[in-house]
Design a protein around this ligand. Sequence first.
Ligand code: NAD
Length: 328
Amino acid sequence: MTWLITGGAGYIGAHVARAMSQAGERVAVLDDLSSGVAARLPEGVPLVVGSVLDREVLDRALAELGVTGVVHLAAKKQVGESVEKPLLYYRENVHGLTVLLEAVVAAGVRSFVFSSSAAVYGMPDVDLVTEATPCLPINPYGETKLAGEWLVRATGAAHGISTACLRYFNVAGAARPELADTGVFNIIPMMFDRITRGERPRIFGTDYDTPDGTCVRDYIHIEDLATAHLAAARRLAERPGTGDLTLNVGTGRGVSVQEMADLIGEVTGRPELTAETGPRRPGDPARVVASNALIAGELGWSARHDLLSMVTSAWEGWCLHHPQAPRP
Ligand SMILES: NC(=O)c1ccc[n+]([C@@H]2O[C@H](COP(=O)([O-])OP(=O)(O)OC[C@H]3O[C@@H](n4cnc5c(N)ncnc54)[C@H](O)[C@@H]3O)[C@@H](O)[C@H]2O)c1
């Protein structure tokens, strides 16, 4: 079995490539390096530099590498940018997936794991989000992930490909500092960024219907997310033709933004930089926490890393890329 990991030079893809190759799976990566970094790849993992929009590159890579399964992570992922550039997001995330699936069908690939997101749920008004919670995305990024799931399931059903759509909740942490996320697009790096500038982290909205009034999220350690991919990939390979598995990947534990700000203050050694509070931002649901019952039952997977190791490893990665950051 050879797995092609698209977007494998990215933050999550590199962790997935590492977890799968360490577990003994044969993996290769296809990445256009638009935001990925070749040096993130584990030693010995071949890299094909090219886009999922390029059918010729895909056909050649699938044939020459003898690919039997694909883990598709290549995508654009910034919500705000997706509002400004919806056509780019639909082209990369939906059209790119269509081209990839055409190549997968033509090459006779039997297993396909798709990188989806909790963004498909939009503003869920439930205590725990299950896979049956209605999908009502509120931005083009979430729409492209939901459309991607439809494409993956329909193609799998029509062509006998086993598929898994993994809906990640809030991903953070790093297996090693060099593998850390370098973007500043979600709450943890945004708070690190403020602290690095000697500024207080910001909290948007303190009047939500949550225990401390700030938004509650489900943070998943990147190493746990990577093992979820390994478990899903192995399940698809073991039971070909068993249809689709659509699964939340979260911990089931809610953490408030205030709790996260306090923990970040401790980990960075700047507890005096207490968070400053401001008004709500539009489009922020009060609480988004995964039910992980389905993935536990289907794959026997559950998260093993705690919040402290997640934030500590994310901070070590941040410091590597931002030498001016204060060290505790
Ligand atoms: N980071 C998160 O919190 C999060 C949450 C939910 C879902 N996701 C999804 O996980 C996946 C990976 O996200 P990430 O955080 O690692 O982002 P990332 O930007 O670090 O990784 C994306 C990778 O895909 C590559 N890529 C982009 N467009 C490509 C194309 N057309 N052809 C080939 N390669 C291409 C990039 O170079 C990069 O290496 C994405 O599909 C994203 O939507 C991420």
